[in-house]
Write a protein that binds this ligand. Sequence first.
Ligand code: SF4
Length: 241
Amino acid sequence: MPASEPMPGCARSSRSPLRLGDIVPFTTVDWPGRLAAVAFCVGCPWRCPYCQNHLLWSPDAATSTLDDLLALMRERQGLLDGVVFSGGEPLMQEALPDAIAQVRSLGFEVALHTGGADPARLEAILPQLSWVGFDVKAPWDAYERITGVPGSGDAARESLRLVLASGVAMEARTTWHPALLSTAEVERLARDIAQEGVRSWAVQAYRHVGTDGSLPRETVYPSDVPEGVAGLFESYEFRRA
Ligand code: SF4
C-alpha cells in the first residue's frame, strides 16, 4: 500500500491502545505536496498477494504506540505538515479516531492510506482528514480474487463513495500484477471509478521486492495500460508500486 517502507525503531509504551508497526519520521512521497511522517498501523483483514507490508498483518507486530508518534510530532512542529496513517489497514484500529484527533490537536494535518475495509469507521473520521490515498484493487466484482475476502468489493465501493461525497482531496491507486488483473479488467475498473467521480488515478506496477514471493516475477509497463483510460482522469500517473 504505502510508498515508504517501515523501518525498525521506536520504543514500546503500554499507555496507548494504537498499535503501530513502525513510524517513518519523514516522507515526501506518501502524501503529494506535503512533508509528513508515516505511522504504519498493524492489522489488515485482507490478504493481497502483492502486499509489501505483510509483516504488519498480525496485530502482534506492533512495536510503537501513539505516545511514540506524538513525541516525534512534538519535535517536528514547524518542520512537518502532517501525519499519514498507513498500514496494514488503519481502519481496523478502534483507536484511530482518537489518534487522529490528538495529532490534529498538535496543529498537524492528517492523511489516510486505506483500502476502505470498514466504511463506517471511515465515514466517522473523514471530517478530520485532509487527504486520502485509496487503493482500488479490482473491478468491484473481482475483489475477492485479490483480497481473499468475500464482500470486500462492496465495502471498498461504499468507502470510495463516502470519500468522494465528503469532498476530501484524494487519489485512487491500483496495483497491477498481470496474473491478477487482465487488461480488460483494468479498463473496466478505470471506467467504473471515473464514473463514480474519481479525478486522480495512479497505476502502480507490481514490484516483487518486499512481497512474500508468492506471485510470478512479472510486472506491467506504461504501454500495457489500455488506450484512452488515462484521459478519463484530470490526473493520471504510472508508477512503480
Ligand atoms: S489491503 Fe492488501 S496491500 Fe493493503 S495492507 Fe492489506 S493485504 Fe496489504
